[in-house]
Design a protein around this ligand. Structure first.
Ligand code: NAD
Ligand code: UFG
Length: 337
């Protein structure tokens, strides 16, 4: 199959491109490189020894997107392109709605024009907001608490509405939990532009000596050790989930939603101690107040994805920490050198 991957130069996109190529798919990537580096795609080619087509295109640029569809006979779209920083979305909501929602509308219009009606969409566990209980099931109520999360939910609803208007549209909405780790080659990984917002890249940068110490946000949560609990999922497991989703699209499923997580929750302190164990580095940290907007505990019930997509995560937190460290150690400046 020929697959258009939007945002394919980014963290999850580049890992998914590796798996798509390994599975024998042809891929065409569009990315405006606003939060990524073209080098990631050179590395994808180095890992797979396969060719890919890349276009530096913003998905809001209808004309440029149409040219890509004219040139390539696309079967399905895997849609990663979007902005993802929760804090920034609170400061710049219009940017998030314009880029994420506006960009997706243009993408869907172009898909309609070229009669491509199968899409896998990167949604997020953030659409659940603060869940009333864990583990989280897909049918739980959704009430995102920030513009980023609302942009994801709006896109889910747009794709639902498209299917209602035209049953030829199929969309698989994948709600990711906390993607971490890197490809085992150490050639591709997460490369945040500034000081990382997320736990794992922050820990890695402390380990490699780029940052002095970690700030642990809160030790008074109602969890086992008082720190926040999340469902960390290895980015390669997550990427493989997209292949299963593409297979599912062949059954014309309409619109379906799946949690992609491991079903296991780990605390911040457990992540620190596992990282220390696998890297042999010590991670100094201070305990600070809770970070505004954070929740105590969030982990998935991933059984629906197992049942209907025949997918489950296989890699544990030692692999996640080991591979994150391998990437960081080999690429202390990310792709920037
Ligand atoms: P990322 O920033 O590394 O990748 C997103 C890519 O999209 C980047 O390469 C960026 O340059 C590109 N992009 C952004 N806006 C674009 C536009 N208008 N046109 C073309 N390209 C554009 O992020 P990621 O972690 O790989 O996330 C991929 C997707 O998964 C995003 O939609 C994100 O919201 C979603 N997601 C991520 C997480 C996470 O924790 N990483 C969790 C849940 C959901
Ligand atoms: N944490 C720290 N110190 C840090 C960073 C994080 O203690 O420097 C803690 C947080 O308080 C939280 C845990 O580590 O308890 C995980 O935090 P992350 O920032 O790594 O992840 P979040 O769960 O807050 O959010 C992430 C993405 C969101 C996405 C959500 C669910 O950033 O975009 O997972 O998929 F919506």
């Amino acid at each position: 199959m020929k697959i258009l991957v939007t945002g394919g130069a980014g963290y999850i996109g580049s890992h998914t491109c590796v798996e798509l190529l390994k599975a024998g798919h042809e891929i065409v990537i569009v990315d405006n490189l606003s939060n990524s580096n073209k080098k990631s795609l050179h590395r994808v080619q180095a890992i797979t020894e396969k060719k890919l087509d890349f276009y530096k295109v913003d998905i809001r640029d209808r004309k440029a997107l149409e040219q890509v569809f004219e040139k390539h006979d696309i079967n399905s779209v895997v849609h990663f392109a979007g902005l993802k920083a929760v804090g920034e979305s609170v400061e710049k909501p219009l940017l998030y709605y314009k880029n994420n929602v506006g960009g997706t509308i243009i993408l869907c219009e172009v898909m309609n024009k070229f009669d491509v009606k199968d899409i896998v969409f990167s949604s997020s566990a953030t659409v659940y907001g603060d869940p009333h209980k864990v583990p989280i099931k897909e049918k739980f109520p959704v009430h995102p608490t920030n513009p980023y999360g609302r942009s994801k939910l709006m896109i889910e609803e747009i794709l639902n509405d498209l299917n209602v208007s035209d049953s030829e549209w199929n969309a698989i909405l994948l709600r990711y939990f906390n993607p971490v780790g890197a490809h085992e080659s150490g050639l591709i990984g997460e490369d945040p532009n500034d000081i990382p917002n997320n736990l794992m890249p922050y820990i890695s940068q402390v380990a490699v000596g780029k940052l002095d110490k970690l700030h642990v946000f809160g030790k008074d949560y109602p969890t086992e050790d008082g720190t926040g609990v999340r469902d960390y999922i290895h980015v390669v497991d997550l990427s493989l989930g997209h292949l299963n989703a593409l297979d599912k699209l062949q059954e014309n499923p309409g619109v379906t939603v799946y949690n992609l997580g491991t079903g296991e929750g780990y605390s911040v302190l457990e992540m620190i101690s596992t990282f220390e164990k696998v890297s042999g580095k010590s991670i100094p940290y201070d305990i600070l107040d809770r970070r505004s907007g954070d929740i105590a505990e969030c982990y998935a019930d991933p059984s629906l994805a197992k049942k209907e997509l025949n997918w489950e995560a296989k890699r544990g937190i030692e692999d996640m920490c080991k591979d994150a460290w391998h990437w960081q150690k080999n690429n202390p400046q990310g792709y920037k050198i």
